[in-house]
Design a binder for this molecule. Structure first.
Ligand SMILES: Nc1ncnc2c1ncn2[C@@H]1O[C@H](COP(=O)(O)OP(=O)(O)OP(=O)(O)O)[C@@H](O)[C@H]1O
Ligand SMILES: [Mg+2]
Length: 392
């Protein structure tokens, strides 16, 4: 097992050294901080597995120190033990009420209880992390515009969500400079990728996303809308995206992302981290040829075909290449073909309704349901095949 790191926060250098020595002997990696502020910096930067703090600190009072630890997404669930020189009942209550998990009075006799508390809290935290296993990440991608990526992204997300009412799903629109999921689903609110990325990191927490992202009842999913215009896209704090997606994966069971036709420094790490890459092709030769170029590029970067779910979408009409011809050119199996739906898809989009909601008899109904089921199945399979897949 990897070594667990414990951060000791205490102004008293001899007390710190003493604890550090015995914790190292027990096999822990030890970090130290000599003040509350230093403790916060080290905790947020190095993310220890557990914090052992003298709650009485000269620079921060008990509530401020532990309050800041609890508010920050990086340390919100880190187990914290107050190892206090003050044995008073009031101090104990103050510590436990303001966010410490455990209160022990500092003394040599307390060491066995301290070791027991440390290993118990670390064990519980490890179990919780396991339980909060990341939501399944599904990215939608195409080699060319107008292939139906956004329409299929929104509609298949709805089919995934409809079948799994006890699970939560968020659709995030990362297409720049203008996202198109919001206009498809009819969302006109203020919250979008740009506004969220402008918020301080400590505010965009799991509970923020669960409570503040719009939930769309007809679509059965939560939405992180894309940039509404190029002006705002230019303001986008791109560096925040990885962390936002990471938090979304803790907040929701499924994270479905429209990447459009982008292979950029933003989208590549997400493609790498994805459990399923849904690749949308239309039937015209130029799109299919470009898709081969994109697929070669991804394959050269270590992405395997098992994670790719290719959909041939007859977005442009009845003519064009057959499934077999497309497969031969791209070098990937086509998993489903979406029929040409004439004006129906556009009409449903214009009414901000899922296609199957507006046209329950549509010829696409079976294909949509099949694709939604298979995408989830593929994700679960590729996840169990590589449980240590890097979170972006
Ligand atoms: N199978 C289909 N049959 C008929 N129309 C379709 C089909 N698939 C998509 N469309 C229509 O094609 C248009 C483009 O779709 P969409 O915006 O989803 O594509 P996109 O790949 O996301 O495009 P962009 O490059 O602009 O992001 C929409 O009007 C949609 O309704
Ligand atoms: Mg699109």
């Amino acid at each position: 097992m990897e070594q667990k790191a414990i951060l000791i926060v205490d102004v008293d250098a001899s007390s710190r050294r003493y604890l550090a020595g015995i914790l190292r002997e027990k096999g822990y990696r030890v970090l130290q901080a000599a003040s509350g502020k230093e403790g916060l910096v080290v905790a947020w930067r190095d993310r220890p597995d557990l914090i052992l703090a003298e709650p009485i600190l000269p620079d921060l009072d008990v509530e401020t120190f532990i309050g800041k630890i609890r508010q920050h997404p990086r340390t919100a669930t880190t187990p914290c033990i107050a190892f206090s020189r003050d044995a008073g009942q009031e101090r104990r209550e103050q510590c436990l009420n303001s966010g410490y998990n455990e209160f022990l009075v500092k003394s040599p006799q307390a060491l066995p209880a301290l070791f027991e508390a440390i290993s118990r809290l670390l064990q519980a935290a490890a179990e919780e992390t396991q339980r909060l296993k990341n939501g399944l990440l599904v990215v939608f991608l195409s080699a060319k515009g107008g292939t139906g990526t956004s329409s299929l992204c929104a509609n298949l997300a709805t089919e995934i969500a409809r079948e799994r009412s006890e699970e939560s799903i968020v659709v995030a629109d990362l297409v720049l400079p203008i996202g198109s999921i919001a206009p498809i689903v009819g969302y006109e609110g203020e919250v979008n990728l740009v506004t969220v990325a402008e918020m301080p990191a400590e505010q965009t927490t799991v509970s923020y996303f669960r409570n503040s992202l719009p939930s769309l009842p007809t679509w059965y999913f939560y939405l992180l809308a894309g940039s509404p215009d190029p002006e705002q896209a230019n303001r986008l704090q791109v560096g925040r995206i990885e962390e936002i997606v990471r938090t979304l994966r803790v907040a929701f069971d499924y994270v479905v992302i429209d990447l459009g036709r982008s292979l950029s420094r933003i989208s590549l790490p997400l493609i790498h981290a994805a459990d399923v890459i849904v690749l949308i092709l239309s039937t015209d030769l130029s799109t299919v040829t470009l898709t081969r170029t994109v697929w070669n590029f991804l394959e050269a970067r270590g992405i395997t075909g098992e994670r790719v779910y290719a959909i041939l979408n007859r977005a442009v009409g009845l003519e064009g290449l057959s499934r077999k011809e497309a497969e031969e050119i791209v070098g990937l199996p086509i998993r489903v073909t979406v029929p040409y739906l004439r004006e129906d898809f556009t009409l449903a989009n214009n009414h901000h309704q899922p296609l199957l909601h507006r046209f329950p008899q549509t010829t696409a109904a079976m294909v949509f349901r099949q694709a939604a089921g298979e995408i989830v199945e593929l994700g679960q399979r590729s996840r169990s095949a590589s449980p240590s897949v890097e979170v972006p």
